[in-house]
Every structure is written in C-alpha cells, then in structure tokens.
Design a protein around this ligand. Structure first.
Ligand code: FE2
Length: 191
C-alpha cells in the first residue's frame, strides 16, 4: 500500500518535547500491565485525552503536512517495540485508503476534526466487497480506540483547515514504517 508520507525515520524520536516524554512515560506504564488489547486501548485513550489540549505536545515540524498526501511523523518508538506514537497530518481534502491495522490503535484528535467511515468486509464466495457500517466525525480532543480484527476504516479531512491526530499503536512503527496491515481496494456496496 501507499504508506503515508514520512519524515526521516528518526525524526522526533530523539528530540521529544517534554510533554511527549511525559505522555510516553504514562503509556509505558499502561503497556507494561499487559492487559488485553481492548483494555489497553481503553486505558491509553483515557491517558491520551488530556494531552490533546497541550499546545507544547508537538514541535512545529511535527505539525507539518504535505501537499501530495497525508503525512506521518514518528514521535516515539519504544525500545522493545511494544508501542509507538505518531502524528498524522491531513491537509484539507486528504484521506487514507481503506485499511486495517497490525495492532491495537488509539487515535486522539489534536487539531481540527476527522471523518471516519468503518467498513465490514463481505466475501460471498465469488467476490469480496466492503459494506459501510458507520460514518462519524471525530471532533477536536476526542479519542477512539480499536483492535483487530474488524477495524477496517477510512479517515479523511473534509474541512477547510489542517487536521492533526495523535496515534498510539501497539507495534514498532519505526521498523514497520506504518501500522497498516492491509489496504482494501474493493468495491463498496450498500449491503
Ligand atoms: Fe487507521
């Protein structure tokens, strides 16, 4: 799949803002508890929420978009590969492909708002297609979490301004490049 545009692989990892270092320490404590993916995602969402209002969480370069496609900035990759933090920056009109993830994921909206559509994959034996299940607006400072399987979705920015979200994944994004497990270029049907 087309991975989101990335800053240099180590960008942001060695020079975190103090607020990001604080967030990472809290995430590390949650992940160390080795709860289920769903429980981990719920706890991470609770801890992430207040940081979404911290104006000192991201450096200026970690908020930069790209005219060509939405952009990923790696903010932290835990040494043992157990979790990673990225910012994703969407300029107006930019969108992800329909995709799912390799691990649990928590998304917090840091700037603007994002429109998310979740899909169900149907295989009737002859063909595969997608059925839209739910479209929602993830407003500023909201969080949502999910864990595979059943996390097929698409996200876009339909506003006139930039949108930024903070994503925490239970995977090593520095190694993988992105958290995307599979891209679904399939027909979309009502049912
Ligand atoms: Fe996603």
């Amino acid at each position: 799949m087309t991975a989101p545009k990335q800053a240099s692989p180590d960008s942001g990892v060695l020079e975190q803002t103090p607020a990001m270092t604080e967030l990472v320490a809290e995430l590390r404590a949650i992940v160390a508890e080795e709860l289920s993916a769903a429980d981990t995602a719920a706890r991470v969402g609770d801890r992430l929420r207040p940081f979404l209002e911290r104006h000192d969480l991201l450096r200026a370069d970690q908020r930069e978009g790209d005219e060509q496609e939405y952009r990923q900035h790696l903010l932290h990759a835990e040494e043992d590969g157990s979790f990673s933090v990225v910012s994703l920056v969407w300029l107006p009109g930019q969108r992800t492909p329909v995709h799912d993830h390799v691990s649990w994921c928590v998304v917090g909206v840091y700037l603007g708002a994002e429109v998310e559509t979740r899909y169900r994959l149907v295989d009737d034996g002859a063909t595969q297609f997608l059925v839209p299940e739910q479209t929602s607006v993830n407003p500023l400072h909201s969080t949502c979490g999910f864990a595979p399987p059943g996390d097929i979705h698409e996200v876009h920015n339909d506003s006139a301004g930039k949108a930024i979200s903070i994503h925490v994944y239970g995977a090593d994004i520095r190694k993988l490049g992105s958290s995307v497990r599979r891209r679904y270029d399939l027909p979309v049907r009502a049912s």
